[in-house]
Design a protein. Structure first.
Length: 223
């Protein structure tokens, strides 16, 4: 990323944080969805222990559906506020893409760091590999942020935005979830997933970001 793109990315990121303070409802809904789901599952289990594989799958289901509540707003809020056209005119495509992607990632990461300790306390308990768990969560949420930003751009102006966003996200994000669940299960004390999965997860995140960068130029300038 060259200096001009990085400078533009920082400007877009700061704008996103200022705008995020005005459009807090979607991110608050995302956090409340995760907390409500976690609380309901914990109460239903009544202290029963979950196997590492089941706990890992449940964690990523919670993170995925919670992210769906807020990640699709990254361009929708611009459209609702009437600032999308101005951003198209004055903003270059790459800083807009990476600024919004970085903002989405930081919000998802904050949610993950808040939910993860609660999840471990209420449902998982033992953590055999804490560093692996943190790295897996960080890389998995990076993939969700990259995919979410791209799919949100693809669905700008759609009359059925919410449903279309979820449908398009699922196949894109499956290659993130499968290794993430395996690695999380290993970190929670189950059968350890191969550490090559961690490299594969990072590689897929990179492919998503490069693919988003290439496709976004067309979306931004041609629509």
């Amino acid at each position: 990323m060259n200096a001009s793109v990085w400078a533009g990315t920082k400007l877009v990121l700061m704008k996103e944080f200022r705008q995020g303070m005005r459009f807090k409802a979607s991110w608050a809904a995302m956090l409340m969805f995760a907390l409500t789901t976690l609380s309901c599952v914990s109460l239903a289990l009544q202290g029963a222990a979950l196997s590492p594989k089941l706990a890992a799958a449940l964690l990523w289901v919670i993170l995925f559906f919670a992210s769906m509540v807020g990640a699709d707003r990254v361009f929708l809020d611009e459209e609702a506020a009437g600032t999308l056209l101005a951003l198209r005119v004055y903003g270059d495509s790459q800083p807009v893409l990476f600024g919004k992607m970085l903002y989405t990632y930081l919000v998802l990461l904050a949610m993950g760091l808040f939910i993860l300790p609660l999840f471990l306390m209420l449902l998982a308990g033992n953590v055999a590999e804490p560093i692996l768990l943190v790295l897996t969560t960080a890389l998995g949420l990076l993939g969700v942020a990259a995919a979410g930003t791209l799919v949100a751009a693809l669905t700008i102006g759609s009359a059925v935005h919410g449903g279309l966003f979820s449908i398009l996200m699922l196949p894109v994000i499956l290659p993130v979830f499968l290794p993430a669940i395996s690695l999380t299960a290993g970190a929670l004390g189950g059968e350890a997933g191969s550490f090559s999965y961690l490299g594969g997860l990072a590689l897929y995140d990179m492919i998503l970001m490069v693919g988003a960068s290439l496709l976004f130029d067309y979306l931004w300038y041609e629509e």
